[in-house]
Design a protein around this ligand. Sequence first.
Ligand SMILES: NC(=O)c1nn(CC2CCNCC2)c2c1CCc1cnc(N=C3C=CCC=C3)nc1-2
Length: 311
Amino acid sequence: TLTAAAQARSKSRNRSKSQNRSANSRLSAADFAFGETLGEGSYSTVMRATYLRTGQEYAIKILDKNHLMRKEKMHVALAEKNALVKLGAGHPGIVHLHWTFQDDWSLFFVLDLATNGEMQTRISRLGSLSLTCSRYYAAQIVDAVDYIHTKDVIHRDLKPENLLLDNAYRIKITDFGTAKIIEPSERANTFVGTAQYVSPELLEKNETSKSSDLWAIGCIIYQMIAGRFAFQGLSEYLTWQKIKSLDYSFPDGFDPDAKDLVERLFARDPLQRLGAGLPGGPNGPEALRSHPFFASISWSTLWTDPVPPLE
Ligand SMILES: NC(=O)c1nn(CC2CCNCC2)c2c1CCc1cnc(N=C3C=CCC=C3)nc1-2
């Protein structure tokens, strides 16, 4: 039998060999065939790509390291990665991060590909969505955002442009570049978000919390049904004025249940918003799911039910 020393030597040789193997088989851009550009950000480009080994298609977010360093935004890229890792593959309504790798110039995030583009494009093309469609997508957004919040992540820039549609036309929430991992009771305080979806507390106290995402959901439900923004001024400043003064109204014929739901999400006090309370409490996420607008939704089969025709 081998002496202890010889056993140790052979074990270390095997370990280094396996490390070499993992080093050799570590992912690189050469493992992918890159296709069309899907989106451009200030520090990133998102491209369609095929993993050559399996033929599987992904969306790869490529972040420019020099640019991130120069603009001191490397922490933003790492925060996005940490949020994506924390969310894992735990929910069908979130774009999942499969792998990351880097080279001298870029960071690469290999993400799910949502082949049917943005919800925004659908709303623009159709003008607005039918009540059935709006209800279905509102339920998927509520379900996915509730999952994000259970992981103590807040998205902070929910809007139809960041609601993608996968090959089955189900929702995939994306772009966690503005997301924040918070302590359960903590509030975040850096300014982010898109004018029409920003909450009053962010404008008035530079604070965001999970409840800021609920406000944005109210804006999105309003927009899907009405085919226009709930808060829209002739300038960003005037839009913000309307938000701070809760200056909005519903078009004639707006579904009464949807109207009641949107009004409860547009509560000025973040804690009063429907679903903003602690899970299991009187105003927890359950209170939002059980709103009459969602009466016909089967939450347990929401992600396997057939998708209503997009109209
Ligand atoms: N910023 C991102 O993380 C990101 N950006 N995009 C494309 C953007 C285009 C503008 N609106 C926001 C999304 C993506 C991702 C994640 C991962 C991701 C996965 N699939 C797609 N798919 C698209 C298909 C057609 C048109 C646009 C996007 N896009 C992305």
